[in-house]
Design a protein around this ligand. Structure first.
Ligand code: FEO
Length: 169
């Protein structure tokens, strides 16, 4: 049976992952209004990944005999100044999620829940990948700056992203 303190912390993180999914979906909607359907697709896939993160945790709480309690999902932002501002906001948000995951690992280590700490390593590694991917995208966008041909080419590339459930091991 899972310790209540870790269970509560995991429930909080399930909510944070669902908020991330909602935030990225809001960004997808924003890109749709700017006729950047490739970016919108990329954000939509990003949103699906976040839901996957939430559900992986949902399943884990159940597997450990804990109780999943869902909470209200905060309203996400809906307006940004530019495509660059959106991607900057994504990186900032992922950095926040990394801090939340680290806090969660601290809780599991504090109560010496080794299985929980092991489970959370997947998220630790996933955050490294997420921050790296968004960081690279941001650098490319800064290079492109106001070059509309560059933006058009990048949008075409972003359209190709598809959702494949991340490896769960
Ligand atoms: Fe679930 Fe992008 O962190």
């Amino acid at each position: 049976m899972i310790d209540q303190k870790l269970c509560d912390a995991l429930n909080k993180q399930i909510n944070a992952e669902m908020f991330s999914s909602y935030l990225y979906l809001s960004m997808a909607a924003w890109f749709e209004t700017k006729s950047l359907s490739g970016f919108a697709n990329w954000m939509r896939v990003q949103s699906e990944e976040e839901m996957f993160h939430a559900m992986k945790m949902f399943d884990y709480v159940n597997e450990r005999g804990g109780r999943v309690i869902l909470d209200t999902i905060e309203k996400p932002e809906a307006e940004w100044d530019s495509p660059l501002a959106v991607i900057e906001a994504v990186l900032k948000h992922e950095e926040l999620v990394t801090r939340l995951i680290n806090d969660l690992v601290d809780v599991s280590m504090e109560i010496r829940d080794h299985a929980g700490t092991y489970f959370l390593q997947w998220y630790v590694e996933e955050q490294v990948e997420e921050e790296a991917n968004v960081g690279t995208l941001l650098e490319r966008m800064r290079m492109i700056a106001d070059d509309s041909a560059g933006m058009f080419a990048l949008d075409m590339e972003m359209a190709k992203r598809t959702f494949t459930p991340p490896s769960s091991e």
